[in-house]
Design a protein around this ligand. Structure first.
Ligand code: KIV
Length: 305
């Protein structure tokens, strides 16, 4: 097992950590940025080993990990616990904590306080928050406190009800130009990067060209500076209806189900555990143990008389 260096203070990137400034350089070089969600320590480690640049502890955890119908119920405590686990596993990628619904909507002060919790108590390198408009002030406040912020526009699941459901955004010229204005405003507010979710590819491509910060697309076409997908979607672990933009790279859910079924059958048929899974003891110790049990039985029998 490798011993990781102690995590330094947030202002000092850990040794081997991808510098956040590298992302703008990757955009300039047209080198695609790879982002994936993760929700636990093995997930963070595997994403790191696979070479991901960014690991998002998404509030999608409310659905993928906690069984809710939407991302809205995710709490700060839950997100802090998951982020702590991911930062224990991921060394090189920047770990971005998703600010859950209710943690930044009320005031700039709340937003800064909660962003600080993520950095100080969970080791996050940055936070992400959904929206523009009123949220620009939140971005300025958090960035002003020295914490990098990733923006998120287009389909913003926390406000899916307001958007009329989980559907693509920016499909009219008017809505597309509004998205571009939001994107520019988030860049001006200090975001280091911007997620574009469920946006027509040509609109995302235009926004990407107009900004100097990198865009990370999910259902936004191939011209974004990077891509993000949800862990459970990539790996075939999520049972709900998959969005159009999901590509499954494995069917881990099926693999887990058949492994658990085989285990259950082995237990029921006495095929597990086998000799190799059990511990032995020296014969003389076993004989002494059995003699002690026999003597216990005799004493108890005498007591009952
Ligand atoms: O919560 C999440 O996983 C996200 C990604 C889909 C961008 O916000």
């Amino acid at each position: 097992m490798s011993i990781r260096p102690q995590k330094p203070a947030p202002a000092t990137p850990a040794p081997g950590k991808l510098p956040i400034t590298e992302l703008a350089e990757m955009k300039a070089r047209r080198q695609p940025i790879v982002m994936v969600t993760a929700y636990d320590a093995p997930g963070g480690r595997l994403a790191d080993e696979a070479g991901a640049d960014l690991v998002l502890v998404g509030d999608s955890a409310a659905m993928t990990m906690l069984g809710h119908e939407s991302t809205v119920p995710a709490t700060m405590d839950e997100m802090l616990m998951l982020t702590r686990a991911v930062t224990r596993g991921a060394s090189r990628p920047l770990v971005i904590a998703d600010m859950p619904f209710g943690s930044f909507q009320v005031s700039d002060e709340d937003a800064v306080r909660n962003a600080i919790h993520f950095v100080k108590e969970a080791g996050a390198d940055a936070v992400k928050l959904e929206g523009a408009g009123v949220m620009l002030s939140r971005v300025r406040a958090i960035v002003g406190a020295g914490i990098p912020v990733m923006g998120h526009i287009g389909l913003t699941p926390q406000s899916a009800t307001m958007l009329g459901g989980y559907k693509a955004q920016g499909r009219s010229a008017e809505k597309a130009i509004a998205l571009l204005h939001d994107a520019r405003a988030l860049e001006a507010a200090g975001c280091f990067s911007l997620v574009l979710e469920a946006v027509p590819a040509p609109v995302a491509a235009r926004i990407t060209r107009e900004l100097s910060i990198p865009t990370i697309g999910i259902g936004a076409g191939s011209d974004c500076d990077g891509q993000v997908l949800v862990w459970h979607d990539i790996l075939g672990l999520y049972e709900g209806r998959a969005a159009r933009f999901v590509k499954r790279y494995a069917e881990i859910g099926e693999t887990i189900r058949s492994a658990l079924t085989a285990y259950a059958a082995d237990v029921r048929e006495h095929r597990f555990p086998e000799e190799q899974h059990t511990y032995s003891m020296p014969d003389d110790e076993l004989a002494l143990f059995e003699a002690a049990v026999a003597s216990d039985h005799r004493e108890h029998a005498d007591d009952r008389r």
